[in-house]
Ligand binder design. Structure first.
Ligand code: CU
Length: 120
């Protein structure tokens, strides 16, 4: 009886934590996704390929990571975007003739997270 009560309390606590506080999935300004990806994607292969690692602060679940990845994938010039929730790192391979690191950073900000460029 006592044991069962304790388990119930623990579950309640976990539930309360999950529902409160941290921005989850698409926070305040989810409409930013459309703005971030408004430009059309061109699929012409290009030579000036670079990779940037960006720490993305504020991701709290897989939905957050997917939202960031989708926003990056849709940027013209982004060839590949990998977003890892456990390390909070996004690795973006992009064509620097078509998109800049600043634009990539901006796309992450627009879906509600805080990007910090680690290395270019
Ligand atoms: Cu989330």
């Amino acid at each position: 009886m006592v044991k069962r009560l304790l388990v119930g309390t623990a579950l309640l606590g976990a539930g309360a934590f999950g529902l409160s506080g941290l921005p989850c999935c698409l926070p305040q300004n989810a409409s930013g996704i459309d703005e971030a990806v408004a430009a059309t994607t061109r699929d012409t292969p290009a030579p000036a390929i670079e990779t940037v690692s960006i720490r993305v602060e504020g991701m709290s679940c897989g939905g957050c990571a997917v939202a960031v990845r989708v926003a990056l994938d849709r940027l013209p010039g982004v060839q590949k975007a990998e977003v890892k929730l456990d390390t909070q790192i996004a690795e973006v391979t992009f064509d620097s003739d078509k998109v800049t690191v600043d634009q990539i950073v901006e796309a992450i900000q627009k879906v509600g997270f805080t990007p910090r460029v680690l290395k270019k």
